[in-house]
Write a protein that binds this ligand. Structure first.
Ligand SMILES: [Fe+2]
Length: 595
């Protein structure tokens, strides 16, 4: 099934919102830049009508990107929501079957009484409908390994970790003797920092967040050190500080239970971070820039054709979030570590920082966090997220290079495109974007970068954090979404069971995580590799672009084959990790922010 292409004006008309639209300004529907449009007056009238019909309304879920309202804006979001609802019904019915079966298994087992019960009863033969490809291989069996915990920072949860820079004060203390005992070689935090081998994930900001009251949970706001071992080259955990209550600092030298609990507490904070960050770096970033385009580009502009494809059902997600996730007492309040109000605070706080457009470019982001060097070389023996994310970005960039060169023979052609210049101005002003290139920075190269990052944000940024990732890799019992019993005041915990969600909460949590998954998109032409080949709107673009779309499909499919071919080696490792990274499979993840 090909997803329908519905121009905005038609979508609005279908929703009964407006009078007859001013459609394409040339009869064939072929897209063109404004200088080449045979009907410039009609085109300009269409742009004006849209600019009036879309209004920058208040942000949803925290103070970030505006949300469209006005006649056209409301029609658009209603249409997007209706499109989203079709898949929602489908995944909900799959989840209902799965959670019912899971409930029966739990009952037959007499409840969830041991760590192994969580591993087996919740997963063996479960989630067959809503997550048919199963959980990340190795993620459950090797959950207690330190290498799994640390390498998640470089694969499944790549956005929170950064290097402690040479000129920076140490984020928290750790005794020299203790550090040397863990790391060897008489290492200290200072020596690790000064040799570019000390890293931090700092979730201490979460200590200011509020708990929801619908279910009793307990706060924690962990920060964690990681380091590169000089002998093995492994990236390993060094210490975890809770930052609340007795403010204990745990290390791998603690008892197995104490250290495992510390990593689990960290996981609750990290899950909060990943899920809330996904709103900022994918939804807010793209909605802001796309709304600027809605106000400035004709529907007949080739770049608008591309943006519309990438923004398929894009204005459903934040409404869904308000209705079903972050509503008072909703899924988030029932399941996650901090309340819906804290979610909104996070988005508001992080929008000016993590919502920066150029700052979010893959290499810019990783350089700023000290994870790659000036040449783009990774500091790590293995950096699985970067490897796949870079390949996807590069394939997109090759496509957009051909696309832009095919429509703009020269830089003068581009500077003569007043719609694009207006778009750049609008993104930096009324659309409230952060760090979008300025009009004077507009070149073919900067435009290619803009489009590459936009497409990256709806694919890599979204699906590395949300989509099918949490149900696959955020497995219980290691990855707990919240803390269900008061955290220890001293070390020596003997029983981890009270820290796990009870059976009903566990089933609810897995159902909620599965609701972001779209396992049926690969078969319906909506996976990343399909973005152009299944788009009816590609007939409106020129032959060079359509030819580049074929290369795009080949490149993405080859990457998918590579990812699907990953196996454990004789040491039980894949890319230096005790689990297999397949989160960015282009034949699985959608090309758009599906939910
Ligand atoms: Fe999302």
């Amino acid at each position: 099934m090909k997803p329908p292409y519905m121009p905005l004006a038609i979508a609005a008309l279908a929703a009964g919102a407006i009078a007859a639209p001013s459609m394409y300004s040339n009869a064939s529907g072929a897209a063109c830049i404004p200088q080449h449009d045979p009907n410039p007056k009609q085109r300009a009238a269409g742009v004006s009508a849209r600019s009036v019909g879309f209004i920058y309304g208040p942000s949803l879920i925290g103070e970030a990107a505006p949300f469209p309202n006005g006649t056209l804006g409301n029609a658009r979001s209603r249409s997007d929501y209706n499109t989203w609802s079709i898949d929602r019904k489908k995944i909900d019915s799959l989840i209902a079957n799965d959670t019912q079966a899971m409930g029966v298994s739990i009952q037959l087992n007499g409840g969830l009484k041991t760590w192994q019960d969580y591993e087996k009863v919740l997963y063996d033969g479960q989630l067959k409908n809503s997550n048919p490809r199963g959980v990340t291989p190795g993620m459950i069996a090797n959950a207690t390994q330190d290498l799994l915990f640390s390498m998640e920072r470089l694969s499944e949860h790549p956005y929170a970790v950064r290097r402690v820079m040479a000129n920076e004060a140490l984020p928290f203390p750790l005794g020299n003797n203790l550090t040397a005992k863990i790391v060897g070689e008489n290492a200290t935090l200072e020596s690790l920092r000064d040799s570019s081998r000390l890293f931090i994930v700092d979730h201490s900001y979460q200590k200011d967040y509020k708990l929801a009251t619908v279910v009793e949970r307990y706060p924690v706001a962990c920060s964690a050190y990681f380091y590169i071992d000089s002998k093995s080259g492994d990236f390993l955990p060094l210490a975890i500080r809770t930052n609340v209550d007795m403010d204990l600092t745990y290390t791998p030298l603690d008892s197995a239970n104490d250290w495992l609990l510390a990593k689990m507490m960290f996981n609750a904070n990290d899950m909060f971070h990943a899920q809330m960050l996904h709103l900022v770096i994918s939804h807010d970033v793209t909605e802001s820039v796309h709304q600027a385009a809605l106000h400035t580009l004709s529907e007949n502009h080739p770049i608008m054709v591309i943006l519309e494809r990438l923004m398929l059902q894009g204005y459903s997600s934040r409404i869904v979030g308000e209705e079903l996730c972050f509503n008072p007492g909703g899924h988030w309040d029932q399941l996650m570590v901090y309340s819906q109000f804290s979610c909104r605070d996070f988005v508001t706080d992080r929008w000016p920082i993590d919502g920066r457009f150029q700052g979010g470019y893959l290499e810019n982001d990783l350089k700023a966090r000290g994870l790659i060097d000036e040449k783009g070389e990774s500091l790590f023996r293995s950096f699985p997220f970067y490897e796949d994310a870079k390949e996807i970005r590069d394939i997109y960039k090759a496509f957009f290079t051909t696309f832009i060169n095919s429509y703009y023979g020269t830089e003068n052609d581009l500077s003569g495109d007043f719609e694009i210049r207006n778009w750049f101005v609008e993104a930096n002003t009324k659309a409230k974007g952060h760090d979008f290139p300025k009009e004077e920075q507009l070149t073919k190269d900067s435009l290619i970068d803009v489009l590459s990052h936009f497409a990256f944000a709806t694919s890599v940024s979204h699906h590395s954090t949300n989509g099918g990732a949490p149900i696959s890799s955020g497995t219980l019992p290691f990855h707990i979404p919240a803390i269900y019993t008061p955290i220890p005041k001293e070390k020596g915990v003997t029983d981890l069971m009270p820290y796990l969600p009870d059976a009903a909460t566990a089933v609810h949590y897995l159902g909620f995580m599965a609701s972001f998954n779209r396992p049926f998109y690969g078969d319906s032409g909506r996976a990343l590799e399909d973005v152009f080949v299944t788009a009816d709107s590609m007939t409106r673009l020129n032959s060079e672009t359509n030819s580049a779309a074929k290369d795009f499909l080949t490149g993405m499919h080859n990457l998918s084959e590579k990812i699907r071919g990953r196996q454990f080696n004789n040491d039980g490792l894949s890319q230096g990790m005790p689990f297999i990274y397949r989160t960015l499979d282009p034949a699985y993840i959608p090309f758009f922010c599906a939910v």
